[in-house]
Design a protein around this ligand. Structure first.
Ligand code: ZN
Length: 388
């Protein structure tokens, strides 16, 4: 589509700079070059750009620099944040039929790693800004570009702790097919380690069996799951109840040894109203008495800080405005976003972007070209509504 030569050039450049985030240090890369490029682009568009380094994660990534960009044009107490992440997931290059690190235009699609999820959002904002070249904003427009959304969300977490940025509302351009998204579930992933005492299997009294104890713990978690299902319900989600999935278990080594230790990992998908810390406390109160009774040592740990559920009320002005501009009624999605972290900053937040989640995290990821003009129009209308 020759209508947007600048946009395609920027997107080609962004796609060509690898910015994979992965919990595997061998795959993880820095996103510094993407942030530097975006900062230069937005400075050229009259934004003042500030780069904020992410706080270190535990466990540390490969030592790669992880940066976040806050690009601001205009000032005032209101305004609009347009947000996105600069990282991509790792890829299976051999499964791609085009070069993942170049933008390939073919059959009305723009192929490239991150084209849809979600490097494409930033050049689309640049394109939308063309009509405002000589306009001064009465309220700020802030473009936020974060690091490590695909893994720890450490970029957005760092900014949430710093209390930045602040505006009246925020739109995250994750792939939603231009349907406004006002809710998604939260997620927590936890591990339980039980340490008993191994011994000869011929005499159970010689040890304390961690696998036996884990059996009781799992039984308790399953009744906790049932209780959560009774306690929480939200019809806005396809799966309207909270879920608790027992994901993996390791323990012991041999049939004729008393199992000395056992490790369990599980996740919980939270509905709005379920607090991560309260869930953790309830799990402790259920598991610790079992460990004490069976004389094993229990260690309960989060595998990552957890992501709260995301919910913006359907009658919020931003939701209504986005519904009117897009012609779609607001809905929920099954994937997690930085939405709840931006919400913590006091901003009304929705997820709304041009790509499709079906194309994300896939070989031959693409952004359909015909999604670009409507997205540009909606962004222009949002900027007019919140910044002029
Ligand atoms: Zn994404």
């Amino acid at each position: 589509m020759s209508a947007f030569p600048g946009l395609l050039q920027h997107l080609d450049r962004l796609v060509s700079i690898p910015s994979v985030s992965s919990a595997n240090p061998a795959l993880d890369t820095s996103n510094a070059e993407v942030i530097d490029y975006l900062a230069r682009c937005y400075e050229d568009l009259g934004f003042s750009c500030e780069i904020v380094e992410s706080a270190p994660t535990a466990p540390a990534t490969a030592g790669n620099r992880k940066l976040n960009l806050i690009a601001t044009r205009g000032s005032g107490p209101g305004g609009l944040v347009l947000a996105g992440h600069t990282d991509t997931v790792p890829l299976n290059e051999e499964l791609w039929s085009v070069n993942p690190f170049r933008l390939t235009e073919q059959d009305g699609r723009l192929y490239g790693l991150g084209s849809t999820d979600m490097k494409g959002f930033f050049p689309i904002i640049m394109e939308a800004l063309q009509v405002f070249a000589d306009t001064s904003f009465r309220q700020p427009l802030i473009v936020l570009a974060t690091a490590d959304e695909e893994t720890s969300m450490q970029g957005a977490r760092t900014l949430a702790e710093l209390g930045r940025p602040r505006a009246r509302c925020a739109v995250i351009g994750e792939p939603t097919g231009m349907r406004p998204i006002h809710a998604h579930k939260g997620v927590m992933m936890e591990s339980i380690d039980l340490l008993g005492q191994s011994g000869h299997s011929s005499d159970p009294d010689l040890g304390r069996n961690a696998l036996d104890a884990m059996h009781s713990v799992i039984g308790e978690l399953m009744s906790f799951r049932e209780e959560l299902r009774q306690r929480y319900h939200s019809p806005i989600f396809t799966i309207p109840r909270p879920t608790l999935n027992l994901g993996c278990i390791h323990g012991g080594d041999n049939p004729n040894r008393i199992c000395g230790d056992c490790h369990l990992e599980f996740d919980i998908r939270l509905l709005p109203g379920m607090e991560i810390n309260q869930m953790r406390e309830e799990i402790r109160q259920r598991v610790l008495p079992i460990a004490e009774r069976l004389q094993v040592q229990a260690t309960i740990k989060p595998l990552f800080p957890g992501l709260p559920a995301f919910y913006t009320a359907p009658d919020t002005e931003l939701v209504r405005v986005a519904e009117r501009l897009t012609g779609h009624s607001a809905a929920s999605v099954a994937f997690g976003t930085e939405g709840p972290l931006l919400q913590q900053l006091g901003m009304d937040t929705i997820i709304l972007g041009p790509g499709d989640i079906d194309q994300a995290h896939q070989p031959d990821e693409f952004l359909p070209l015909d999604r670009i003009p409507p997205c540009i129009e909606v962004l222009r209308d949002l900027i007019r509504y919140y910044c002029l």
